[in-house]
Design a protein around this ligand. Structure first.
Ligand code: GLU
Length: 501
């Protein structure tokens, strides 16, 4: 049987990176096994539906390069892939369980249930075998009453009839053997009075009908898995039940609890893949994309948040992740989110970028900054500054002196270090560079240094001023590396102008 894996998010808002990691692990295993990666939208909770969330999820997967084989956009043989478009079917499955005595109608109102809850010590009321005979349902009411209720179209829910005293054993690929006792479980609602199935019913029915072979999801779903196994049993589908892997939490940077959607604003880093702009600035969300991350770096970073192949290797292309991924090596303990580490990963990818990968973004940014991009050597600037940044977007602001002749000088710093005897040396260096061939880092650099040495003024006084002359500041790449990109004419001009200041 081919491996079919699904990512099954609920469109309740922007997808947090924990969700993205879940999608990624599903994708990796599907690709490794030559199977399918499926997107299924679980939109059965009307109260939590957020417009735009589905599109956001799809754009996020596309941005990260996690190509879907089946889903709401690409379609497929197992569609529809949105649960709200499969409603009638769930009802049939729930009714089938009622007919077989494995589920029942319940007419308890929200008020009835609340009253029960209040009447129980510590309010831990559980609708189960021990109480169901005292409640309003098709197991406790007479046949006549049931018929009347159904004919009167009284709103009902359908509940799973959980038989106590059964043990439920799950072989989780991450957690190992997990055992539940059905006596602890409630009679879960499978179908709601609003005509929608609950997550539990829809999830199990769809995993079965879509031939899902492996379920990889967050550990918050582990307790629900007990009910899911009971549902597989009730439907007689236990033989084709998928394997389960429940992923550890992603923790806050300090390790104290789960990384939440609000932590992004709190700690000042993105926790979402893509930005989610809003007219209300307080509600706008920053994404790894708007922060300037390369999608390949985000994939690499997330893959290692809770899994590693047991070697020292940290940089993995998507192909290498596909080849190496092993669900059995997913960690049990939560993974601490470390933003500096995320930046480190991005840096590795930025350093590997070809100019052609970066050109369009550099140009757009340069234009936005008002640079005259024809005035300077964009490729040279990129190559020079690339090793100095973690995010591609840091390059253009650093590169401004290549694209303008009106340099802004950091006078405060410059004046602290300026010695009048440096001025004639700058002129002499300019003279020396007039005829060096070729005008590059090595040859121009050697000629300038020779001139400085023979001037008797300390190298340590002159060099920072050469850099200041070219860039306006005291920091930056090697002076002659800058000079090479800037070209002979501009370099000489800037040295002379600076000498006259
Ligand atoms: N709809 C659930 C969620 O939003 C899916 C859980 C699962 O994968 O079974 O996470």
């Amino acid at each position: 049987m081919p491996n079919r894996l699904r990512f099954a998010p609920s469109p309740t808002g922007a997808l947090h990176i924990g969700g993205i990691r879940t999608a990624l692990y599903n994708f990796l295993l599907a690709r490794q096994k030559g199977g399918q990666f499926i997107l299924r939208i679980e939109d059965t909770d009307q109260n939590r539906f957020v417009p735009g969330a589905e599109a956001y999820i799809i754009r996020s997967l596309e941005w990260l390069g996690l190509q879907m084989d089946e889903g709401p956009v690409s379609g497929g043989l197992y569609g529809p892939y949105k649960q709200s478009e499969r409603l009638l079917m769930y009802k049939d499955y729930a009714t089938k369980l009622i007919d077989e005595g494995k589920a029942y109608y319940a007419w308890d109102t929200a008020e009835d249930l609340e009253a029960k809850r209040q009447s129980v010590q510590d309010h831990s009321f559980k609708y189960d075998a021990s109480v169901r005979t005292h409640m309003k349902n098709s197991l406790s009411l007479s046949g006549e009453e049931v018929k009347t209720n159904l004919e009167a179209d009284l709103p009902y829910t359908i509940r799973l009839k959980v038989e106590p005293g059964q043990s439920i054993i799950i072989q989780d690929k991450v957690r190992g053997e997990v055992v539940f006792d059905s006596t602890e479980l409630d009679d879960k609602v499978l179908f709601k009075s609003d005509g929608f199935p609950t997550y539990h019913l829809a999830n199990v029915v769809d995993d079965h009908l879509m031939d899902i072979s492996d379920v990889i999801r967050g550990e918050e779903w582990l307790p629900s898995t007990a009910h899911h196994v009971l549902l597989y049993r009730a439907f007689g589908w236990e033989d084709t039940m998928p394997t389960f892997s429940h992923l550890p939490l992603i923790l806050k940077p300090n390790g104290n609890g789960k990384l939440s959607k609000r932590d992004g604003q709190k700690f000042g880093f993105p926790v979402f893949p893509l930005a989610w702009p809003s007219d209300n600035p307080a509600e706008s969300i920053e994404g790894f994309d708007s922060y300037g991350f390369e999608p390949e770096a985000v994939v690499n970073f997330l893959a290692l948040l809770g899994w590693n192949p047991g070697t020292e290797q940290e940089i993995f292309s998507l192909e290498e992740l596909i080849a190496n991924f092993d669900p059995e090596k997913i960690h049990k303990a939560g993974a601490r989110f470390d933003f500096d580490k995320a930046l480190w990963f991005n840096q590795q990818y930025v350093h590997k970028l070809e100019f052609s990968d970066a050109e369009e973004r550099l140009r757009t940014q340069g234009q936005a900054l008002g640079f005259d991009l024809n005035a300077g050597d964009l490729v040279g600037a990129f190559r020079l500054l690339q090793p100095r940044v973690s995010l591609l977007k840091e390059i253009m602001p650093l590169a401004y002196y290549f694209f303008t002749d009106s340099i802004e000088f950091d006078n405060e710093e410059i004046n602290k270090k300026w010695k009048p005897e440096v001025a004639p040396v700058l002129e002499k260096v300019a003279d020396a560079l007039q005829n060096v061939e070729p005008f590059n880092f090595d040859v121009a650099g050697a000629a300038a240094k020779e001139m400085i040495n023979s001037s008797g003024v300390k190298m340590g006084l002159v060099m920072p001023m050469l850099r200041a002359a070219l860039t306006g500041t005291m920091q930056g790449p090697d002076v002659f590396a800058i000079a090479e990109v800037l070209g002979r004419e501009k370099t000489i001009q800037r040295f002379r102008d600076f000498a006259k200041r």
